[in-house]
Design a protein around this ligand. Structure first.
Ligand SMILES: Cc1ncc(COP(=O)(O)O)c(C=O)c1O
Length: 359
């Protein structure tokens, strides 16, 4: 078996020890003589698995019991709709920080649902740095922002504090660094970047914002039935939840917890940014205070060279280095499972590529 080094932006790499564990447990989940995929979602084993996953998440996110924690389906994109539906009335004021592609989708969804959307700040058009000032309407139902902008390669070093309830899309950096979640009223993140496979979405909700939820929402779009049924209102994606549970176990026990994971992620990103900054071929368009630890976006002087670099890297087993199709360029995603050795290999390859071009 030969495995490539995976720098895809999402779904991204999974830890090898987790994949081996999943493989070993595939046919016989916890001695039950069947796969987790065959398990009834009403069985004690399923209830135990969901509770264990939520417990691990609560511990790692350091959430106290002022928060409800959910495992939902529909990806982060469904949260673009559930957030306005649950936390604002039709026509209600909702504020967004526009920091690129995915926040644009969130804004469009809220507008499509008839909300009065205002931008509290924007990093358009250049997306080189995150805004420093936010203009939040005091009567806005909430402010929405994205902690890490997967496409543009920007990340809030610190999540801003605001006077209105704060909603944060953490899809591409949840559990990659420590964050004080208690300044947030709602956070959500799909699993397929730092937590596991696609199919499950984590949502944390401060209990006090639940009072705002209007009656009459379709059941699946209302957070409350999911809370009342412990994330088991309808058939949950148990296999995806199981893999998330294994990834969280790996994070807590093999990697030494979130502080150690964050330290490693900082080393990985620092290594790659330093190599880019020292190069005369590659450059990073994002200013240093806004650079993402997870998605390192970089460019070469022309698209032709970028194509050449991406193809040559792929031929060397370094996969997934093309930038998002909306902006082009290059991007290396350094999610938790991407090892320091993988980043060292990438940096060594970039140096060889540059030397070869100069020769
Ligand atoms: C920050 C962010 N939010 C939302 C999404 C949309 O996620 P999904 O495909 O789970 O709907 C993505 C997808 O990559 C993302 O990076």
């Amino acid at each position: 078996m030969s495995r490539v080094i995976n720098f895809y932006a999402g779904p991204g790499a999974l830890p090898l020890p987790v994949m081996r564990r999943v493989q070993a447990e595939l046919l016989d989940f916890r001695g039950l003589g069947m796969s987790v995929m065959e398990l009834s979602h009403r069985s004690d084993a399923a209830l135990g698995l969901i509770a264990e996953t939520l417990g691990r998440l609560r511990r790692l996110l350091e959430l106290d019991d002022s928060f409800e924690l959910l495992l939902l389906q529909g990806g982060a994109s469904l949260q673009f709709a559930m957030v306005p539906l649950n936390f604002s009335p039709p026509g209600g004021k909702v504020d967004y920080v526009d920091t690129g592609y995915w926040t644009g989708k969130a804004v469009a969804e809220a507008r499509g649902l008839g909300r009065d959307v205002a931008l509290a700040a924007s990093s358009a058009p250049e997306q080189r740095r995150l805004p420093t000032q936010l203009q939040v309407r005091p009567d806005a139902c909430y402010l929405h922002l994205c902690s890490n902008n997967t496409v543009e390669g920007t990340q809030w070093p610190v999540i801003p504090r605001v006077e209105v309830p704060l909603v944060v899309d953490m899809s591409s950096d949840i559990l990659s660094r420590r964050i004080d979640c208690h300044t947030v009223s709602c956070l959500y993140a799909h699993a397929q970047k730092t937590l596991g496979p696609a199919g499950v979405t984590v949502v944390a909700l401060r209990r006090e914002v639940l009072k705002r939820i209007p009656e009459g929402l379709p059941t699946m779009l209302d957070y409350r039935p999911h809370i009342a049924h412990q994330s088991n209102y309808n058939t949950p994606p148990l296999f995806a939840i199981y893999v998330v549970c294994c990834v969280l176990d790996w994070l807590e026990n093999d990697m030494g917890g979130l502080a150690a994971m964050e330290a490693l992620n900082r080393r990985k990103a620092a290594l790659l940014y330093a190599a880019i900054d020292a190069s005369s071929l590659f450059h990073c368009p994002v200013e240093s205070g806004s650079r993402s630890l997870m998605n390192v976006v970089f460019r070469l002087p022309e698209p032709r060279l970028e194509g050449q670099f991406i193809a040559a890297a792929a031929a060397h087993g370094l996969i997934g280095l093309a930038g998002h199709r909306s902006i082009g360029g290059c991007r290396a995603s350094l999610y938790n499972p991407v090892t320091l050795e993988a980043v060292e290999e990438l940096v060594a390859f970039m140096r060889r590529f540059e030397r070869h071009l100069a020769a």
